[in-house]
Design a protein around this ligand. Structure first.
Ligand code: NAD
Length: 427
């Protein structure tokens, strides 16, 4: 579990509230595809949300109350699905945005889930493992009336991991009188987790980058790549994209960035990060700021940290030809349209990082069947899903003559609206 302070870029001129950004993206696509006004109202809002005060006994005997959320955006296509984020900057609006992006993401990869997200305003780097366990169990208990294998299935997100999922699974199971592995995904494999889940977000990202390279004529094995964020999504993306032959020239985490134009040794860098807690000071590299990394001369840029990294402030300095959004919400709508005008291929978050939820779906299916697949099987199925999703989004974008993000939204809105119409508005 990485821990860090996150600098949020300051922009005076544009909207940085993630939920308002998500609504603007939705509205743009809903307008383009002529979604009827009633469904527009239904689909732009979350279905329901819990706001929680979570008292926790700290190690020193004091009591602290943490703020937490669980938001369910839509269950039109199946149970809600979405990660849980632990971060000091979590807000209700951020969780609402992330929940809606989950709905569209699940629809794009065509898995039978709706969207949800959870978050707790906390700083895991300042908490002991015991404190984190107590906080997690209290949160799991408080959200247990609305989660469940057929209601809403949480998963890891920023600064949460398979250990946090194991605590949630245990708390839910203890309070329901039966072991319930399928209530969360991203568990350790020995507790019903899926092989390949840990790498799934990055592997899915690699598959869509490969498709984007084919469309844009960029040779992946000769491409240079910069990656912002070196956690689950970013570090494994560096490893896999590097194995595909690309040269990883720069990476950053919340403490530091490093650059070597000849290419970083990613395996050695991962060991360095485990040993020291950061990419800082990696041998044979020069320091670079996370902001400067985004502006490097490179073929492919992978933002894999947090929201609002590519904005009106820096978009004119972005030189990459493909941007693969492993992170959720890294590009603001204004920056997005400038990139589109400049012919940069932005693979939007709701497609680029959908590999994670796809293998979460595989994990859920395996848990319900109590029959497990090997890693090759998982990866082959993931590849099929991601390649098809990229091609569906690309075709939709072409058909409507829009950028890839709007194309992705149109595809997703059509699938969710069809399900909603067909189920009807009850009563
Ligand atoms: P993580 O906690 O494993 O890693 C986050 C990384 O980002 C850490 O290395 C941290 O140091 C770094 N970071 C934070 N702020 C930074 C900054 N300002 N500059 C550079 N680096 C910074 O989290 P993760 O699971 O890898 O998630 C990263 C992004 O990917 C998030 O937007 C998340 O929602 C998205 N995502 C993750 C998954 C998944 O399965 N893990 C799935 C879909 C989307």
């Amino acid at each position: 579990m990485a821990t860090a302070r996150v600098p949020v870029p300051i922009s005076t001129s544009e909207e940085l509230n993630p939920f308002r950004i998500a609504m603007r993206q939705f509205d743009t696509a809903a307008e383009k595809c002529g979604l009827e006004p009633g469904l527009r109202e239904v689909l732009r809002r979350p279905r329901r949300a819990l706001s929680l005060s979570l008292p926790v006994k700290m190690d020193d005997g004091s009591i602290r109350v943490f703020e937490g959320f669980r938001v369910q955006h839509s269950n039109a296509r199946g149970p809600c699905k979405g990660g849980i984020r632990y971060h000091p900057n979590v807000t209700y609006d951020e969780v609402k945005a992330l929940a809606s992006w989950m709905t569209w993401k699940c629809a794009i990869v065509n898995i039978p889930f709706g969207g949800a997200k959870g978050g707790i305003v906390c700083d895991p780097r300042r908490m002991s493992k015991d404190e984190l366990e107590r906080l997690t169990r209290r949160y799991a208990y408080e959200i247990s009336p609305i989660i469940g294998p057929h209601q809403d299935i949480p998963a890891p997100d920023v600064y949460t991991d398979s250990q946090v999922m194991a605590w949630i699974m245990d708390t839910y199971s203890m309070t329901h009188g039966a072991s319930s592995p399928s209530v969360v995904t991203g568990k350790p494999t020995f507790l019903g987790g899926s092989f390949g889940r840990n790498e799934a977000t990055a592997r899915g990202c690699l598959f869509v980058i490969r498709s984007a390279c084919e469309v844009t004529g960029i040779k992946l094995n000769r491409a240079t790549v910069a990656i912002q964020g070196f956690g689950n999504a970013g570090a494994i993306a560096a490893e896999l994209v590097g194995q595909a032959g690309a040269t990883i020239i720069a990476v950053s985490d919340s403490r530091a960035g490093i650059l070597n134009r000849a290419g970083l040794d990613v395996a050695a860098l991962m060991e360095h990060k485990v040993k020291t807690g950061s990419v800082a000071g990696f041998p044979n590299s020069d320091p670079i700021s996370s902001e400067a990394l985004l502006e490097l001369q490179c073929d492919i840029l992978i933002p894999a940290a947090l929201e609002n990294q590519i904005t009106l402030e820096n978009v004119d300095h972005i030189k990459a030809r493909i941007i693969a959004e492993a992170a959720n919400g890294p590009t603001t709508p204004d920056a997005d349209s400038i990139l589109h005008q400049r012919g940069v291929m932005v693979i939007p978050d709701i497609l680029a990082n959908a590999g994670g939820v796809t293998v979460s779906y595989f994990e859920w299916v395996q848990d319900l069947q109590e029959l497990f697949w090997d890693e090759d099987d998982v990866n082959r199925r993931l590849e099929r899903v991601m390649v098809k999703a990229f091609s569906d989004v690309h075709a939709t974008a072409k058909k409507y003559n829009v950028d890839m993000r709007t194309g992705a939204y149109i595809l997703a809105i059509d699938r969710v609206a069809t399900a909603t119409r067909s189920r009807g508005i009850w009563p």
